[in-house]
Design a protein around this ligand. Structure first.
Ligand code: S3P
Length: 199
């Protein structure tokens, strides 16, 4: 058995026996959903995406929730789902929406949840802007009002990131710089850092 396989098994055992939740936070398009999938596959646990839960509860896409009921209503649904998944405490990975940290109530939930590791996936303004522009219309807080050009998107990302970066740091047990890494490389780094896991 080579070393990487050995490490793989050691990590899996630690993760399974400690049965924690790993919560991914970070800006829009920082890769939370794809990393959650990669991590869950590697760890053989479920991945839960809060945005998907919100959409299936509301029976409409997030862009429509924002358009029909406004951001405040979306935030209420988001807090309710966060509270629920943390209470359920099923071992697994939770991908959150980029604005989860904007409510103090959510930050307290994240900081105080037992056996829960919160990881901040950090990406540069350039990476985030490029990815957001590849999926136009998906993010109401960026391009919900009008179509933005590259510079306008970059400014919007910069503005929101400046407000939110300290909040991601506040709730995170650790931060990972993700530029240039694939979801499975990021998942691997998270597994390496979870030693020892919180008890
Ligand atoms: C939001 C991020 C989105 C989604 C909603 C609001 C935000 O999720 O929850 O559009 O405020 O940053 P992603 O981070 O998955 O894009």
């Amino acid at each position: 058995m080579d070393n990487s396989e050995n490490n793989h098994q050691t990590h899996q055992k630690k993760l399974s026996t400690s049965a924690p939740l790993i919560v991914l936070v970070g800006f829009m398009a920082s890769g939370k959903s794809s990393v959650a999938q990669a991590l869950a596959k590697r760890w053989q646990r479920a991945a839960v995406d809060l945005d998907v839960l919100i959409e299936s509860t509301a029976r409409k896409p997030i862009s429509e929730i924002f358009a029909d009921s406004g951001e405040e209503k979306f935030r209420q649904l988001e807090t309710a789902q966060l509270r629920q998944v943390l209470e359920d405490a099923q071992p697994g990975v939770i991908a959150t929406g980029g604005g989860i940290v904007t409510r103090e109530e959510n930050r307290v939930l994240l900081r105080t949840a037992p056996k829960t590791l919160v990881v901040y996936l950090q990406a540069s303004n350039e990476t985030l802007t490029r990815r957001i522009r590849q999926q136009p219309g998906l993010r109401p807080l960026i391009d919900g009002e009008s179509v933005l050009n590259l510079q306008q998107t970059q400014l919007r990302v910069e503005e929101l990131l400046e407000q939110r970066a300290p909040l991601y740091e506040e709730v995170a047990d650790f931060t990972l710089k993700t530029d240039g890494l694939t979801p499975s490389e990021i998942a691997e780094k998270i597994l390496r850092k979870t030693d020892p896991l919180p008890s």
